[in-house]
Design a protein around this ligand. Structure first.
Ligand SMILES: [Zn+2]
Ligand SMILES: [Zn+2]
Length: 319
């Protein structure tokens, strides 16, 4: 009987996690974002005049049960393990780093003669972490496209031939580790600077939950970026924010779309560095790396192992 209870407890714990995600405004599957995603998808469905039902449009077997989608699900599971066992113990470095940055600034300039108020800190910190974080994401993503050794790992995200919201997490564990290092650096440095400027106010506001910018981003279809819902924004807005369709163009297998729309939330970096493509200039797209490459990265193991073989070949060709 007690064993049964234990199993039951485990099941309940396991169920609690996704349920708590649904109620957590920082998660993409927060119920408000799910509802807004479906509403936006319905708007696109109505305008595209499909001859099949909305249900089929949302839950097309070819999208959710394709060979490519199974690789996505496999990688989510594998990366979950990497997160728990390899990355979680190091996330605390973000806090250490902010402490060191704060100490460093005090050593360099001594204590500041002014201090930001609580409201000023909240507003400026939210703006700073959004812009710095988004630019850092652009830079890391750009580097992954342009440095051949890193491209071998980033190819895993681009070998998807169908897109569903889970494809967001289809990344090689090496990329997951690099993204986490970037996250720790951005968080640690920005927090340290604001801790210095606000006389430690930052400690109290850090854990207030999702900031207003990520709320807006998630609300306007973050879940649809990896999907077959071609949601475009107004043309002028696509210079400022990356629309779901613009990210789908990033996944296009046409050479003219390679290394374009690299941004995450903001399109301004792509605009500044000449990598922006707006939806109005693109019609039909197919996803992936082209037939030959897609074949090489067709299943989970190929996606995990092949990048190392690719790196080996690049290194070998240099000697
Ligand atoms: Zn990419
Ligand atoms: Zn993507």
């Amino acid at each position: 009987m007690s064993e049964l209870n234990q199993i039951l407890e485990l099941v309940i714990e396991g169920l609690k996690m996704p349920v708590s995600y649904i109620l957590n405004s920082e998660k993409r599957i927060f119920y408000v974002y799910l509802i807004s995603s479906v509403a936006l998808a319905y708007y696109v469905y109505r305008n595209s005049k499909k001859d099949y039902s909305f249900f089929k449009y949302l839950f097309d077997k070819r999208t959710w049960l394709s060979r490519s989608a199974w690789v996505d699900y496999g990688l989510v599971f594998f990366n979950g393990l990497v997160k728990v066992f390899l990355l979680a113990p190091y996330l605390i470095f973000g806090l250490y780093l902010s402490f060191w940055v704060n100490e460093f600034l005090i050593d360099l300039f001594s204590y500041p003669t002014f201090s930001l108020s609580k409201t000023q800190t909240l507003i400026l910190f939210t703006i700073a972490i959004t812009i710095i974080g988004d630019f850092a994401t652009y830079l890391v993503h750009w580097t992954m496209h342009k440095v051949p050794v890193l491209w071998e790992f980033h190819k895993v995200h681009h070998s998807a031939t169908t897109l569903n919201p889970i494809t967001q997490y289809r990344i090689h564990p090496v990329e997951l580790i690099l993204n986490n290092i970037k996250g720790i650096l951005v968080f640690g440095i920005t927090t340290g600077v604001f801790d210095y400027l606000s006389n430690h106010q930052i400690e109290k506001i850090l854990f207030l939950g999702a900031n207003v910018f990520s709320f807006v981003f998630m609300f306007w279809g973050a879940n649809l970026r990896h999907s077959s819902v071609k949601l475009k924004y107004f043309n002028f807005l696509e210079y400022i924010f990356i629309s779901p369709f613009q990210h789908q163009i990033h996944h296009s297998n046409k050479p003219e779309h390679y290394d374009k729309n690299i941004g995450a939330k903001l399109a301004i970096w792509d605009w500044m560095f000449g990598t922006l493509v707006r939806s109005e200039n693109v019609d039909k797209i197919e996803y992936g790396l082209g037939e030959v490459e897609d074949k090489k990265l067709g299943n989970l193991w190929q996606n995990l192992i092949q990048p190392f073989a690719g790196v080996f070949n690049i290194v070998k060709s240099k000697f």
